[in-house]
Write a protein that binds this ligand. Sequence first.
Ligand SMILES: Cc1cc2nc3c(=O)[nH]c(=O)nc-3n(C[C@H](O)[C@H](O)[C@H](O)COP(=O)(O)OP(=O)(O)OC[C@H]3O[C@@H](n4cnc5c(N)ncnc54)[C@H](O)[C@@H]3O)c2cc1C
Length: 381
Amino acid sequence: MLMKYELSYWEKESFFKDIDFAIIGSGIVGLSAAIHLKYLNRKHRVVVFERGALPAGASTRNAGFACFGSMTEILDDLSHMSEDEVLAVVEKRWTGLQRLRAMLGDENIEFQQAGGYEMFTVAEAEKFKQCEERIPELNEKLGRITACKNGYQIVDERIAEFGFSGIEHLILNSPEGQVNTGKMMSAMLEKAKEKGVEIFNGIGVQYLEDENSTVRLGTEAGWEISAGRVIVAVNGFAKKLLPELDLYPARNQVLLTQPIQNLKVKGCFHYDRGYFYFRNIGDRILLGGGRNLDFKTEETDGFGSNELIRTALQKLLTEVIYPDKPVLIDRWWTGIMGLGSVKKPILEKTSSNVVAAVRMNGMGVAIGTLIGQEAAELVNS
Ligand SMILES: Cc1cc2nc3c(=O)[nH]c(=O)nc-3n(C[C@H](O)[C@H](O)[C@H](O)COP(=O)(O)OP(=O)(O)OC[C@H]3O[C@@H](n4cnc5c(N)ncnc54)[C@H](O)[C@@H]3O)c2cc1C
């Protein structure tokens, strides 16, 4: 049960006085914003309030794909967004990845450009054909962003090398990569502390009141804090603080296998329009997704699990991805994403001193650093 208590005079005066910028949420977006605010003016007092003992949303619980668009995802986006909008999202993802790498260093986040692959079964022959036809055009358009001439390539000859069963075609997106999510987030926390950002864990913010010269934050513990300006970076949880936003939470399920001897799977893989994804982490397989099997139940900001989705993930693992031998599962977990009616982050002032930087649409590893930096510029303007 949540403990409610009064803030002592000492606590108020020493920890929570004269806050220039308060950031709610210590995920990729919140930390990137905090670091950038310190970069804009190192004298500013920048304080991050995080509800969890650790960041407790998506940033420490994701798959670590440094990806900016599989073929079917791009074609699907083009079916309901203009070409300019789709390319703008790709560009943000690409730029975000470059900023993430520049901020933390490839070694610290174990960035590897092992490529991203998309798999197609026999039943998906028509979908594959549509992708095949568009490869030259999309290579040309995305190549202008990534400076990679032939990003998408059909690499069916590699299916046997990875050991998959029932897969007919593979399309490689060569500039895509992967990061070590845990190392990325601990490096980001380190960087924030090194820059003088103060991070308070275990403080959930329940409401915000913008009073023009200052913003009042009401905490779950029952006391209030004031800050000059505020960035709300709580992604899938934002509706509770800013109910007017076009946003809903979406849970995603992940499994990790025990180590597998002579594992052939290397790189990041997308399947079924990106609803399923898997990669190797050393000699283990991380596999996640399946939200499309039960959209309604998964529209939640509660961790937990869904038996239907777990069963589907296990089936995909043992029948398609690693059909060779029985494989043991080490652990399961879930994370919460922020989605909305459009596939674009929300980055806007919701009142004169409050900026919302939320709705990362399941691509925050890629865009999160950039959106955080843009939020810092906006709140500082
Ligand atoms: C399973 C899974 C796999 C994914 N895989 C990928 C991938 O491979 N590549 C990719 O680009 N993206 C991926 N994503 C998406 C990516 O992880 C997110 O888009 C990104 O982490 C969002 O970062 P954020 O900082 O906006 O939000 P979060 O990381 O969710 O951070 C928000 C923080 O706010 C805190 N918070 C919430 N409410 C409050 C409150 N009221 N008061 C105080 N604190 C609060 C939460 O505890 C949380 O720590 C994945 C997501 C999931 C769930």
